[in-house]
Design a protein around this ligand. Structure first.
Ligand code: PAF
Length: 280
């Protein structure tokens, strides 16, 4: 695997490649990232990964400064896995040599709901860096995890609307044996919090089970789920049943009529904010 730090070196390495499969990350790689790399390997050649902690997508009171930066460990993991051909690991002045004044602005009805409501500016930051990374890498396909469900949908819509030649391939959420979705932020959890954390997934499963059993009052399900989390000490941002196709709130007839749904949640356990979702 070649590790490059500049856009010029990256372009030199990739010149003439037409089937690049790309996995953008913020590093601190775990098994879910490695699963994305393996999927990329099935869909293209060469596989390119990036590691860049993107300041633009962090709010002023978020964890940009303490976000785990473990480049050498990440390189070792990728080298052992042996699926990635080029790792692009730019520093901030390479990605943003001047203030990034041109930004991508996702539509409000998709970018300002759910995660966008609780993390203002988050999706502007994500889409701006993803577009810029795509412009550097020029991938034919790019793999994104479903844990960041809204991100996946927004990036896919961005590619469609800008006619980018990159196909977005989703990867199922990778979970620990107790159901907790793998995330770099899990490492912030104390031992006690780590034992509590799988409740988020269990609660989503309860919502799914009740929908499958014929419950059509999504608001009641959301309320019950939020109450259960709050009773266990979580600070809930949202638990929300949405339509898969556009993340809008489904009408009761749609819930009853088999509209594909997804239940999404975000909640804080201590100082750690976790997100998860389940398709129904
Ligand atoms: O999902 C992530 O890790 C980030 O949002 C991404 C897509 C790498 C953009 O910084």
């Amino acid at each position: 695997m070649k590790v490059v730090h500049t856009i010029q070196e990256l372009r030199d390495q990739l010149r003439g490649q037409l089937r690049i499969a790309f996995v953008p990350t913020m590093g601190n790689l775990h098994d879910a990232h490695l699963a994305l790399m393996a999927m990329a390997h099935q869909h293209g050649d060469p596989v390119v990964a990036s590691i860049f902690v993107n300041r633009l997508q962090f709010g002023p009171n978020e964890d940009f400064d303490k976000y785990p930066r473990t480049l050498q460990e990440d390189i070792d993991k990728l080298q052992r896995q042996n699926k990635v051909y080029v790792l692009f690991a730019p520093n901030e002045s390479e990605m943003y040599p001047e203030p990034q004044e041109f930004r991508v602005s996702p539509p409000h009805d998709l970018g300002d709901i759910l995660e966008g409501e609780f993390r203002p500016g988050f999706f502007v930051g994500v889409t701006t860096v993803v577009l810029k990374l795509f412009s550097c890498v020029q991938p034919r396909v790019a793999v994104f995890g479903k844990k960041d469900y809204q991100q996946l949908m927004i990036v896919r819509n961005m590619c469609r609307q800008f006619a980018l030649p990159t196909e977005i391939i989703p990867h199922e959420t990778v979970r620990d044996t107790d159901g907790l979705a793998l995330s770099s932020r899990n490492r912030y959890l104390s031992e006690v919090e780590r034992r509590e954390a799988p409740r988020l997934y269990r609660v989503l499963n309860e919502v799914r089970a009740r929908l499958r059993a014929g419950e059509t009052d999504a608001a009641k399900l959301e309320h019950d789920a939020q109450r259960e989390l709050a009773a266990a000490g979580w600070k809930v941002d949202y638990v929300s049943v949405r339509r898969q196709r556009d993340l809008r709130v489904p009408a009761r007839e749609e819930v009853a009529g088999g509209e594909p749904l997804v239940v999404l949640a975000a909640a804080k356990l201590g100082a750690t904010r976790l997100i998860d979702n389940l398709e129904i």
